[in-house]
Design a protein around this ligand. Structure first.
Ligand code: FAD
Ligand code: NAP
Length: 551
């Protein structure tokens, strides 16, 4: 159910402002409301959902089992909500969040259709002033950025992009009313997760589909399926244990639900004979390349796995030239965010689906009638940009955030993001970021990381209130140590291999400094670290006492 809400009246007395009404913002609102904290949420979209509000493209769905990619904080919701598929589609995930929001009456504190333009710290008032595109000015001692890691869409800088006379659409800004694709000549630029999900679905209805690929993708079968009553029953019987396993795991995922994709491998591909490798390929198909412990860590093992992967692409894709173009050759398996699919490669066997390999035939310009590559013009009715996001820092940097002394966050982060625990930035007191760079965030089941951050921030605010503390920010040394630690644990891994170009490294954004942004240490270890710091009276943070409690 979607309830239309009047815009709530603004108050002069907020304690905490939250920006963003996705899974993070909504859980944060719930926690703070229960503490009796006066809170408003500011959201650019017209409803809750965040990622699942904006990304409505055909085929959009999560790639973590929904029984795990869901809130764990309400047992009632956990017991009452029934997921229909192993990995739910966008409409179902959006409905789920709407259901939670309605159940806890959360919408009444959200200012929808409102984008935060600036957030400035006022040293005298010891608080934040936010301005919006609707002319609002909101003030509160604390601000929490729940603005998302994959919420700042990227449009490529291709000449003529505005000249196209047909329909142009981004997967990440897909209109609610949908896009007419039936019988149309559709072109899609990009072959990342969004495109890989969309391509097979669009091919079902389009008159023709042309895929413009710059970098081929390693993608693994989702093995999605309807969930049976038996599946649900089994999980419900052990839900507490499952959630505890997630919280202490590497990636926020408990074993067993996602099939081979998430099984923790123990054997090594280098210990197998050539015959054994072939037999494994025959038995497991693409999944074989994710089943060995040495593939993510040993380049030689990775090369062997890549050969098996190529063999599998050639088995599925009938046209040898298309198969060769679809086979990634330049980057190792595992250096980019894993992509999962349903019949991606098989889609290229359909006569109305074609691939343009931009490495051989680059895009010259967008024209009024379609896309012109070096070799020819491709006439199109619809161009879909599945061209990704300015990840992790993009949503924050699109807001004019200024801390103490008017320092701009975008300038502080000019050489890459710097913060403590991914939660707070030195020089920007009382500003929290949920799943920010420097935390496990996008390397995990995000629901687990979101809940951990929201709980930590809420406990922290409670601590500040009960101890009469007015301001909090990291010590510079603690921040520097944390940034070094984040970089050190990533160094030498596949993620930062010179041949790897990923959005984790910010390399998809022109001018962005190459820095591996998330924390690779694992959600369990990270949680322990955050808890220790809190238990030690928030060591590494400067806490400023006030005469009176502020929150
Ligand atoms: P978001 O959902 O991104 O919400 C942030 C909100 O902040 C948005 O609604 C945005 O409009 C708002 N906002 C931003 N800036 C402003 C501003 N200046 N003013 C006002 N409002 C603002 N993660 C997984 O773990 N598993 C998955 O399977 C998975 N699938 C994904 C599929 C897609 C297509 C995408 C794009 C991401 C996926 N993710 C997945 C990551 C996903 O982003 C997170 O799982 C999660 O939904 C993030 O929630 P959030 O509330 O932190 O941020
Ligand atoms: P992405 O992974 O960054 O992919 C963007 C694609 O656009 C890439 O293929 C890129 O090519 C291409 N591209 C960008 N600019 C281009 C240009 N100028 N010309 C040609 N091609 C261009 O973005 P995404 O697919 O939206 O996914 C982003 C992240 O969102 C994922 O990694 C994942 O975390 C999340 N997500 C998850 C799911 C899911 O299954 N649950 C689905 C969608 C998204 P290059 O590689 O050459 O740059």
């Amino acid at each position: 159910m979607t309830t239309t809400v009047e815009r709530p009246a603004l108050s002069a007395d907020y304690d905490v402002l939250i920006v963003g009404a996705g899974f993070a913002g909504m859980y944060q609102l719930y926690r703070l409301r229960n503490l009796g904290v006066r809170t408003a949420v500011i959201e650019a979209g017209s409803d809750v959902g965040g990622t699942w509000y904006w990304n409505r493209y055909p085929g959009a769905r999560c790639d973590v089992a929904s029984l795990e990619y869901s809130y764990s904080w309400s047992k009632d919701v956990q017991n009452d909500w029934v997921w229909s598929e192993l990995m739910a589609s966008q409409p179902e995930i959006e409905r789920y969040l709407q259901y939670v929001v309605d159940r806890f009456d959360l919408r009444r504190d959200v200012l929808f259709n409102t984008r935060v333009k600036s957030a400035h710290y006022d040293e005298t008032a010891k608080g934040w002033t936010l301005t919006t595109d609707r002319g609002d000015t909101l003030r509160a001692p604390f601000t929490i950025m729940a603005t998302g890691c994959l919420s700042a869409p990227m449009l490529p800088n291709i000449p003529g992009i505005d000249s196209f006379q047909g329909t142009s659409v981004q997967t990440s800004l897909w209109p609610k009313e949908g896009v007419e694709l039936t019988g149309k000549r559709v072109g899609i630029i990009g072959t990342g997760s969004s495109a890989v999900q969309a391509i097979p679905e669009i091919a079902k209805v389009a008159g023709s589909l042309t895929v413009f690929q710059r970098t081929p993708t390693y993608t693994w079968p989702a093995n999605n399926r309807p969930l049976t009553d038996e599946d649900q029953r089994k999980v419900r019987e052990t839900y507490d244990q499952l959630r505890e396993t997630e919280r202490n795991s590497l990636a926020g995922i408990a074993l067993g639900l996602g099939g081979a994709l998430y099984a923790a491998p123990t054997t090594k591909i280098m210990d197998l004979s050539e015959e054994e490798r072939r037999a494994a390929l025959d038995q497991h198909g693409f999944a074989v390349t994710r089943m060995f412990a040495d593939v993510p860590t040993n380049m030689e093992a990775n090369s062997v796995a890549r050969e098996l992967y190529g063999e599998m692409v050639r088995r599925v894709v009938k046209d040898p030239e298309t198969a060769a173009s679809l086979m990634p050759t330049e980057h190792p398996i595992g250096c980019k965010r894993a992509v999962i699919d349903t019949n991606y490669f098989g889609t290229f066997n359909q006569p109305h689906v074609s691939l343009v390999d931009l490495r051989k035939d680059p895009i010259a310009e967008i024209t009024p009638g379609g896309i012109r590559t070096a070799s020819r013009e491709h006439d199109l009715d619809v161009i879909i940009y599945a061209t990704g996001f300015d990840a992790m820092t993009g949503a924050l940097n699109r807001i004019d955030i200024r801390g103490r002394g008017g320092e701009r966050l975008i300038e502080k982060w000019a050489d890459g993001p710097r913060n403590y625990l991914g939660l707070m930035v030195e020089g920007f007191p009382n500003l929290f970021t949920i799943t920010g760079p420097g935390s496990p965030s996008v390397l995990s089941n995000m629901m687990v990381s979101i809940e951990q951050h929201v709980d930590w921030i809420t406990d922290c605010l409670e601590h500040l209130r009960s101890h009469g503390i007015e301001t909090m920010e990291p010590e510079l040394e603690a921040e520097d140590r944390w940034v070094d630690h984040v970089n050190n644990v990533a160094s030498g891994t596949m993620y930062v291999a010179p041949s790897c170009h990923s959005w984790y490294l910010g390399e998809n954004v022109p001018g962005k400094v190459r820095q591996f942004m998330p924390y690779i240490g694992g959600v369990g270890r990270y949680r322990q670290k955050c808890d220790e710091i809190a238990a030690n009276g928030y060591s590494g943070f400067v806490l400023g006492k006030a005469a009176l409690a502020a929150v």
